[in-house]
Design a protein around this ligand. Structure first.
Ligand SMILES: Nc1ncnc2c1ncn2[C@@H]1O[C@H](COP(=O)(O)OP(=O)(O)OP(=O)(O)O)[C@@H](O)[C@H]1O
Ligand SMILES: [Mg+2]
Length: 343
């Protein structure tokens, strides 16, 4: 399989929180929040990416804000197309003369219908030929895993809406799982804990801010100050509050519980030979959530396997896609590695 020689060649990672686009030979040219704002009648897009995110955070009421990806999958097709069309144009800097082709990251265990929705959305946004690459393969390559090696690694990409898991061996993914659990669920855990323990109702953007400010799952001293109007009860609001860092760290560590259980289950259910190989290669983590400090120790302690974190966890998937784009024929093993949805 080869991408069409005419037209630009792109790599695209449509994430729940962030969409990234690279152009062959130019590197990553777009990194924007996966957010689009429409005018009030929802007919015309008025802003995308960081600009739309700002409108959302400011609570501008004249626009309707949509996050078209949920749990790593397309949840609002028309909004996804409008967003992708704009971001592709932004990446190219011009209206393309020939339709560009693209390698695109797909969730590890997406259904046929979900893959078709991703494929159709990209085609409707102007892509001519779409080549799907499983996320753990792209993330593993972006994390620097060797393409040709007998060792096996379990690649785990913890994004905002989903965690993609795949057994990476000899440049192939031999088992793939998607768990719908990620950074959005950590934010939700903070919202619930603050509601339960402090009686405050905070927004999801305030919870994400607290998570990033605390930045760790191990104990730390100090407090985080948050400026956010929250409703205490119907008659009372507060616009500033302090939260203890060690308390939030514990909430975050506890919120990783379901994911750790899922990973233990995956490891236990691998064939015996792969399980033994993992004792050498171990788990390789990517995705924005891995910017929280202390996760390597937490996973190592609970899973009893070697743990490595990608040098740039937020960029691993797009960097892996870009590597594939640069050397598609060498990497494709006669098309064995990638499913091409081009028709
Ligand atoms: N410094 C940080 N500390 C903690 N969490 C962070 C940090 N930076 C980003 N995140 C979290 O990482 C998540 C975004 O990661 P990423 O960009 O890998 O997700 P995505 O690719 O958009 O989503 P998905 O792959 O699930 O569709 C968000 O939940 C965000 O809050
Ligand atoms: Mg992602």
């Amino acid at each position: 399989m080869a991408l069409l020689p005419w037209g630009e060649q792109l790599a695209i990672d449509v994430g729940t929180a962030c969409t990234q686009i690279a152009i062959k030979g130019q590197g990553v040219v777009v990194r924007e929040p996966t957010v689009i704002a429409f005018d009030d009648g929802r007919r015309r897009p008025v802003a995308v990416g960081a600009e739309a995110q700002r409108l959302w955070e400011r609570g501008v009421s004249a626009v309707k804000i949509v996050r078209p990806i949920r749990g790593g999958m397309i949840a609002d097709f028309d909004s996804a197309v409008a967003l992708l069309r704009r971001l592709i144009r932004q990446a190219l800097g011009h209206r393309p003369f020939f339709s560009p082709s693209a390698v695109v990251a797909s969730p590890a265990s997406a259904t046929g219908v979900e893959l078709q929705a991703l494929d159709h959305s990209l085609r409707s946004a102007g892509i001519g030929q779409v080549t799907m690459v499983q996320k753990p393969l792209a993330a593993g390559l972006g994390a620097g895993l060797p393409l040709y090696s007998d060792e096996s690694y379990l690649v785990v990409d913890i994004g905002a809406g989903a965690t993609d898991i795949g057994l990476f061996s000899n440049g192939l993914i031999t088992a793939g799982y998607t768990v719908r659990y990620g950074g959005d669920d950590l934010d939700e855990a903070i919202i619930r804990a603050i509601r339960r323990d402090r009686g405050l109702r905070i927004t999801s953007s305030a919870a994400e801010h607290i998570k990033k400010q605390v930045g760790a799952v191990h104990t730390n001293n100090g407090t985080v100050s948050v400026d956010d109007v929250v409703v205490v009860d119907e008659n009372q609001t507060v616009d500033h509050y302090d939260i203890e860092v060690d308390w939030v760290s514990q909430v975050l560590a506890d919120a990783f519980g379901p994911l750790i259980e899922e990973l233990s289950w995956v490891v236990e259910n691998l064939p015996d030979s792969s399980g033994r190989e993992l004792e050498v290669g171990g788990l390789v983590f990517t995705g924005g959530c891995m910017l929280l400090r202390g996760l390597d120790e937490l996973f190592r302690e609970r899973l009893h396997l070697p743990v490595t974190i990608a040098p740039d966890p937020l960029s691993a998937t797009i960097l892996g896609l870009e590597a594939i784009l640069s050397d598609l024929p060498a990497l494709s093993l006669n098309g064995r590695r990638f499913g091409t949805n081009s028709r």
